[in-house]
Ligand binder design. Structure first.
Ligand code: SPD
Length: 429
């Protein structure tokens, strides 16, 4: 056989473990290590996870590349390993990956690339820049840049955040998978089922906006119920109010609380507050069982309408919330993005209007950079004489904002957040 420039193997891995096929961090690390095992020099890696599942990525090596695309639902990975020169053996990477992906079966075809006999070598020494060391020293100087991405997406739209590629926390419960990753742009972030829940750098927007609009509109809330909110950001805001006597938090997954206490302590900083009554339980069941008129404020700080949070978008849940609110009470909830979760956003609004009355449901908006599309909505619904704008004591709200050095909430933002652009008004009419 004539001499070739490179060896290219096209690999089929069947019967892989589905969880591994959906794990961007494990796959990136395995692909990088497969290259290192084969004595390649890694320059760069780029990996993306796709919701709901699947990973794509490439490791650029000095000797060419390793690429992958996975189909966790078929327990399948298509891998492509191309190496140049005699020093790197792509079959070493093949063996390494078969083991790492726990594949039942792996096959490959090898293609020899660049048959030297068929080509004529020309002199291109003029392209060589002045060298700064020996071959070995130059190889050593190559720096490896990892490019690993987390993607929060539906079929048509996505938000991606680059992270370090290290997994700080992962726990899989009967409900969901909870992770903590470290993103370059927004710091550490909590993800649930591959959706961004909160990040160190922009969490303040969500937590101030879900809490203070209702708290300031009510003016004297003493007993508050938080459904979800296991990261602790919402209760941190609530405990800024000295009149608060009790906050009941019902979070379905203890892993969320554990993960945030360990890795996001500036968010999860009020779990030891003696006024907190924490239940690791189902919030839907809790509101079903709670007595009539028992809370001044109810905040629904849940995830998106899939998995365990789905019930937080149902009429029966809000009928119970309406029942357990005091006669002068207010509810606020995260109501998704008018762009990203259009259906949930519209349906939730009409469901709340049916339960609380047309003139008692108020949508407000905030810009949250790490949620898909950035434009995020909240909704409040009231009982009694509470009106979220008319009731606002601006002086008090501004003094509160100053005193606590809030970063997004003040009286002007409170009022402005209820100003809806015509396209959103139209969606809700
Ligand atoms: N798509 C993200 C919706 C997240 C809502 N809850 C976030 C929890 C923060 N406490």
């Amino acid at each position: 056989m004539s001499k070739t420039l490179g060896r290219h193997i096209l690999v089929e891995f069947y019967g892989c473990t589905p969880d591994i096929m959906n794990d961007v961090i494990k796959i990136e690390q395995s692909m990088v290590n497969a290259a290192i095992e084969a004595r390649a020099t890694v320059i760069n890696s780029t990996f993306h996870h796709f919701s709901p599942y699947g990973v794509s990525g490439v490791v650029v090596i000095q000797e060419s590349h390793l690429a992958i695309h996975t189909w966790p639902e078929y327990r399948y990975a298509a891998v492509d390993i191309f190496t140049c020169g005699d020093e790197v053996n792509p079959w070493v990477s093949f063996d390494f990956l078969k083991k790492a992906f726990e594949a039942d079966y792996g096959s490959a075809i090898e293609i020899n690339r660049g048959q030297v006999d068929l080509m004529e070598r020309v002199n291109i020494d003029y392209l060589i820049k002045e060298r700064q060391g020996t071959e070995a020293e130059l190889k050593h100087q190559v720096t490896f840049k990892r490019d690993v991405w987390f993607t929060d997406k539906d079929e048509n739209l996505a938000l991606s955040l680059r992270h370090t590629g290290e997994l700080l926390y992962r726990a899989k419960s009967e409900f969901q998978t909870v992770q903590i990753l470290d993103s370059y742009a927004f710091g550490k972030m909590l993800t649930i089922d591959n959706l961004v829940m909160t990040t160190e750098k922009d969490e303040f927007i969500y937590h101030e906006m879900i809490s203070h609009i209702s708290m300031q509109a009510h003016g004297n809330a003493k007993k508050i119920l938080v459904i979800g909110g296991g990261d602790g950001g919402t209760i941190r805001e609530l405990f800024r109010y000295p009149q608060v006597e009790k906050v009941v938090m019902v979070e379905i997954d203890g892993n969320v609380v554990e993960a945030c206490k360990l890795h996001l302590p500036q968010i999860a900083c009020e779990f030891e507050n003696p006024k907190l009554e924490l239940h690791i339980a189902d919030g839907i069941q809790y509101v079903k069982d709670a007595p009539n008129q028992s809370f001044d404020v109810v905040l629904v700080d849940g995830s998106d309408p899939a998995g365990p949070a789905e019930g937080l978008f149902s009429a029966s849940f809000y009928q119970n919330v309406q029942r357990i609110l005091k006669s002068e009470g207010i509810l606020a909830l995260q109501s998704e993005s008018p762009h990203f979760h259009k259906k949930a956003f519209i349906e939730l609004n009409s469901c709340l209007k049916d339960i609380f009355g047309n003139d008692r449901v108020f949508t407000y908006l905030a810009h949250i950079p790490t949620y898909p599309t950035g434009l995020w909505s909240f909704t409040c619904a009231t009982k009694g004489n509470i009106h979220p704008i008319a009731n606002l004591n601006e002086e008090k709200a501004n003094a509160f904002s100053d005193q606590h050095q809030l970063k997004v909430y003040d009286a002007a933002v409170h009022k402005a957040s209820f100003v809806l652009p015509p396209f959103v008004k139209k969606m809700l009419s």
